[in-house]
Write a protein that binds this ligand. Structure first.
Ligand SMILES: CC(C)(COP(=O)(O)OP(=O)(O)OC[C@H]1O[C@@H](n2cnc3c(N)ncnc32)[C@H](O)[C@@H]1OP(=O)(O)O)[C@@H](O)C(=O)NCCC(=O)NCCS
Length: 300
């Protein structure tokens, strides 16, 4: 094998395999074994993003040896909607590493994105050098922290949603479909599947429903006294004061894990250096108009 070759002996290539539930389960197993995350519950929540295009090498027993998936993830960056794709679920099982399988899958996924006409591709990684040769560049991420504003008391307090409950899931999916981006600086346009699975991956995440505003708020309080605002899913973003009022909490401080340009509140931007890299591949360089990060509920 040359340094840029591929050794796929004993393996079969498949793409677009999510319709086959055994192959889907093989991906669930690969991600559990590699990253210790369980995307299994996604099937109960409407399934993976319908635009998903997985690329994988399977062994004779149906074990997934290597995978990389692409999906459409339209983004708003600096007020402009970008027809972007994202890469996720990139992993190769240890016995098959160093054979060029990941390089092969990366090239296949890039070719698919080109064919589909995406303007940009985004990904998260702790290994940026893996993607730099393909033109991906890391963007600096910032959260916002500051004093909590006084709450404006809500007539009706928000109620907790359980995304695994059928009625709550229907409500949440409708809100995700109708949502406006949570920020004009950096946000996903929809990305419903990622939001839903992220409610399950971190047990600390709560989702509360503001009935009057028709808004779902993803949040945490860790440690007590700090409101960590993760995302807001609605067609018309309410102010932070009314959100705090509806959540019926009295935090001293707020951490906002997306740019607060639509919230009527301003914290101090705090660099997330050392955090997983958010990389993007675009024809031109991107600089955010304001420090920003993508909501963790869009994490993929
Ligand atoms: C990282 C990983 C996907 C590489 O898979 P692989 O099949 O062994 O990679 P390949 O043999 O196809 O090598 C592809 C290229 O990546 C480079 N590479 C391999 N492992 C790397 C690592 N850990 N860090 C940086 N670069 C790496 C190789 O040198 C090769 O470079 P080249 O194309 O210039 O020759 C695999 O080790 C893995 O699954 N790791 C755990 C999960 C993970 O980190 N996933 C990706 C993060 S998003």
């Amino acid at each position: 094998m040359t340094s840029k070759g591929i050794d796929h002996s004993g393996l079969t290539f498949r793409q677009d395999y999510f319709g086959d539930l055994e192959a889907w389960q093989a991906l669930v197993d690969l991600l559990k074994d590699t990253f210790d995350i369980d995307i299994g519950p996604l099937q109960e929540m409407g399934g993976p993003d319908p635009s998903s295009m997985p690329f994988g090498w399977f062994d004779r027993d149906g074990l997934l040896a290597a995978n990389l998936s692409a999906f459409a993830m339209p983004l708003v960056i600096n007020g402009r909607t970008l027809n972007a794709a994202a890469f996720q679920s990139g992993a190769v099982r240890p016995p098959w590493r160093g054979r060029g399988l990941y390089r092969d899958l990366t090239r296949k996924a890039l070719a698919w994105c080109e064919e589909m006409g995406f303007e940009a591709i985004a990904l998260y990684t702790d290994k940026p050098s893996l993607y730099e040769p393909y033109g991906f560049r890391s963007l600096a991420l910032h959260a916002y922290s500051g004093k909590a504003p006084a709450a404006s008391k809500a007539q009706t307090p928000a109620r907790r949603l359980d995304p695994l409950d059928a009625a709550d899931l229907t409500l949440l999916r409708a809100a995700l479909k109708a949502r406006e981006p949570a920020s004009d600086v950096l946000a996903v346009c929809q990305s419903a599947a990622m939001f839903l699975i992220n409610t399950q991956l971190d047990p600390g995440v709560r989702v509360s429903w503001m009935e009057q505003e028709q808004a779902a708020i993803a949040w945490k309080t860790e440690p007590p006294g700090r409101l960590i605002l993760l995302d807001i899913v609605t067609a018309d973003i309410p102010s932070l004061t009314s959100i705090i009022g509806a959540l019926d909490i009295e935090p001293d401080a707020v951490d906002m894990l997306f740019c607060p340009d639509k919230l009527g509140w301003n914290g101090e931007a705090r660099s997330l250096d050392g955090h997983t890299h958010f990389m993007i591949r675009t024809p031109g360089a991107i600089t955010f108009d304001r420090p920003a990060m993508l909501s963790p509920m869009a994490d993929f």
